[in-house]
Ligand binder design. Structure first.
Ligand code: IVH
Length: 681
């Protein structure tokens, strides 16, 4: 891992090291003490890596106060200081398989054996705490602080319901300390930031800062109001008998009542660790909380003692990091596109930056309120976040990096596509172009209509949608059903093979169920889920078109804003004509009972819906299993739903189920049903 440090004489290196230390120590202060980081983790890691490289090259430059020589962080005295009986160590990082192999090789050398098993755990992006239990009762909870002394935050930690106040088993050691990571689930973080933005208060950059800010509240009632949680990942020390392998300790801690991550895994080879890591690089985005890597630990505790530590980093464990999902870059411009409903969507043009392994040049800014609440200015340094397939977003500016040259944002008053004066409905965070013939809107409407999750018309990419509109062959999506071979061939570069394919696909789309048609209409606020609710409730376009505002608003999941949007849509003359044309074309505007063949089985006649993350299996697997037993698996809760299975961090489906009085099942109850029917889980 050691490389050149970029300085060929010790004087230049000394100067650079001193500057880096000052810089790192400022960021430590901002991050650990104020919870107000100015740079991303990746940039911080890069500063540390530079300093380490210099110190490795010139060991004589290492000073006792170098950040490489201590775990940073200053305890805030006001909470009371707690001395850790055993220091809370930190972890060395591996960024690729080579780093991991180098770590393993060293451990094998020192252990003089290579047959040890490895425990792989998600590296939770939160903050470490230590909980002390005496005679099975929680007596103290503390932060890590500088590794030796932390803050006493017992009262705040007690508000976390997943921390047991009394241990479950009767036969517990006299005293023990467990260590774990407190974190804020992604959804709770989004909601908290939304509330703070509405109140005009300062936002948190990421769930970790939000968790830290929430735990270090002087008033435990505030902590209690924040949705924090904890995974226990280690036995700190123990006066009394305990298992001698880490894996067994984790199972033992779970039995004692601690929340131990079910994603932890015991691996028998380094290759297996690597495969697990590769799976997690994508899978982590589907977890309800953030993880920034995996922690790989040697299972055998006897080796922990034998291997010891280098500085504060144990040799028996390593953090195997993922590519970071946040980075900072410059906001070069704010531009707008026009959505299919005329909605004006601001987006950021960024100086290209690597986030989560991909170069990001643009990011969403959601709406004008989002920009105003964050006081984003053109020219700002901004924090960009990108997770999985989700569109990258600008999280916040870094005000301390402002030069005074930044330009405040002026929301547009005219449509960027057709120049019509924009409208802003009261209580709406967006502006809209009211011109029904706005070319940008027609284009978006058409591409929305043909997309896979709507009418699924193949062959009509954006380019052909644009060509059809430009040639005047299509003015609205219903005109697609009037296309002929001749008309299509009149388009430049259109050949008979593609034309035939498009026509066949248009014909086939007439078979799409009502819910798809409703979604394809492109009514503001109506996504696939709401479209299904409407289709289930009304079973026909005509009944939906005639529904009163009150009737619409009384449906679960359909608030007044959505109801108004649907109501208005069907009262617009142009839209009425589109529906009439679709009817004439022969689309399915009436609900036909779902054609999906239902198997014979013990659960026949029942409909299951799943929400949140299941620990035991992916949701798709759960759906397959109930279908195999004869039940239906649906994606949204309706009056027809019999059971809603609720996993970790459930979504809005749970609210709908409550409104309908649908029976809910925990994951355990669901598994019990499967087992009852002899499904092995
Ligand atoms: S073990 C000496 N396991 O990562 C080993 N740490 O960079 C001590 N963390 O301070 C830590 N998830 O805050 C361990 N499953 C896990 C973890 C984990 C998150 C954090 C913890 C620690 C930091 C080290």
């Amino acid at each position: 891992m050691a490389m050149g440090c970029g300085y060929d004489n010790v004087f230049a290196a000394r100067l650079a090291a001193e500057e880096l230390r000052a810089e790192i120590s400022r960021h430590d202060y901002l991050y650990y003490v104020l919870n107000q980081p100015e740079i991303s983790d990746a940039e911080y890691d890069a500063l540390m890596a530079k300093l380490r490289a210099i110190e490795e090259h010139y060991p004589e430059l290492v000073t006792p106060d170098s950040p490489t020589q201590r775990v940073p962080g200053q305890p805030v005295e006001a909470f009371g200081v707690v001395e850790h009986r055993l220091p809370m160590l930190s972890l060395a990082n591996a960024f690729n398989y080579d780093d991991l192999r180098a770590w393993h090789r060293r451990a094998v050398q020192l252990a003089e054996r290579d047959d040890f098993r490895l425990v792989v755990e998600p590296k939770i992006d939160g903050l470490a705490v230590a909980l002390v239990y005496e005679e099975g009762r929680l007596v103290q909870g503390a932060t890590r602080g500088d590794g030796y002394r932390g803050e006493n935050i017992t009262e705040n930690l007690k508000t976390l319901r997943s921390i047991p106040l009394v241990l479950r088993a009767n036969d517990v050691p006299e005293r023990l300390e467990v260590r774990g990571e407190v974190y804020m689930p992604k959804e709770a973080f989004e909601r908290l930031n939304q509330e703070l933005a509405e109140k005009g208060e300062k936002l948190f950059m990421n769930p970790r800062n939000a968790a830290a800010g929430s735990l270090r509240q002087k008033d435990p009632r505030v902590t209690a109001s924040r949705k924090l949680d904890i995974w226990i990942y280690q036995l700190g020390w123990c006066d009394g008998p305990h298992p001698t392998s880490h894996w067994e300790i984790l199972q033992w801690l779970r039995e004692l009542g601690f929340r131990v991550n079910p994603e932890n895994r015991l691996c028998y080879s380094l290759d297996e660790v690597q495969k697990t890591w590769e799976e997690w690089v994508e899978r982590r985005h589907h977890l309800p909380y953030e993880i920034d890597g995996l922690v790989v630990k040697i299972d055998d505790l006897e080796l922990w003692d034998r291997l010891g530590a280098v500085g504060r980093e144990p040799r028996w464990a390593i953090a195997y990091k993922f590519p970071p999902i946040q980075a900072t870059t410059r906001l070069l411009d704010i531009r707008h596109n026009v959505g299919r409903t005329g909605r004006i969507n601001p987006y950021a043009v960024l100086e290209p930056v690597l986030v989560g392994g991909v170069i990001v040049k643009q990011a969403t800014l959601h709406n004008d309120d989002y920009i105003r609440q964050r006081d984003l200015r053109i020219g700002d340094w901004v924090v960009v976040h990108r997770a999985g397939e989700v569109i990258p977003q600008v999280v916040a500016p870094v005000p301390s990096r402002r030069t005074g040259q930044e330009r405040p944002y002026e929301p547009p008053t005219l449509c960027p596509a057709c120049g019509t004066e924009l409208e802003r409905p009261p209580g709406d965070a967006f502006s809209y172009c009211p011109n029904p013939s706005c070319p940008a809107q027609s284009f978006r409407w058409l591409t929305h209509f043909v997309q896979r999750s709507a009418m699924d018309i193949e062959g009509l990419g954006e380019k052909w949608c644009e060509a059809l509109l430009a040639a005047g062959l299509v003015e609205d999506p219903a005109d697609l059903y009037l296309l002929t071979m001749e008309k299509l061939l009149s388009l430049e570069r259109m050949g008979p093979v593609l034309a035939r394919k498009i026509l066949a696909s248009i014909e086939k789309s007439k078979e799409q169920p009502l819910s798809r048609v409703i979604f394809a209409l492109g009514i503001r606020h109506i996504g696939p889920e709401n479209a299904e609710i409407l289709a289930n409730e009304f079973s026909s376009i005509d009944r939906l078109a005639q529904a009163s505002l009150e009737e619409l608003a009384s449906l679960p999941g359909i608030g007044p804003k959505i109801a108004e949007s649907v109501y208005k849509w069907f009262r617009n003359e142009r839209n009425q004509k589109v529906v009439a044309k679709l009817r004439k074309a022969g689309l399915r505007l009436e609900e036909v009972t779902e054609a999906e063949p239902v198997k014979e089985g013990p659960l026949k006649g029942l409909t299951f819906v799943f929400t949140g993350t299941l620990y035991s299996m992916p949701r798709t697997r759960a759906q397959e299993l109930v279908k195999a037993l004869g039940a239906r698996a649906s994606d949204s809760v309706t009056r027809q739903t019999d059971y809603l299975v609720v996993g970790e961090a459930p979504g809005s489906k749970l609210e709908k189920a409550r409104k309908y009085g649908t029976k809910t099942l925990t994951e355990e109850e669901f598994l019990a049903i499967l087992r009852q029917h002899k499904v092995n889980v």
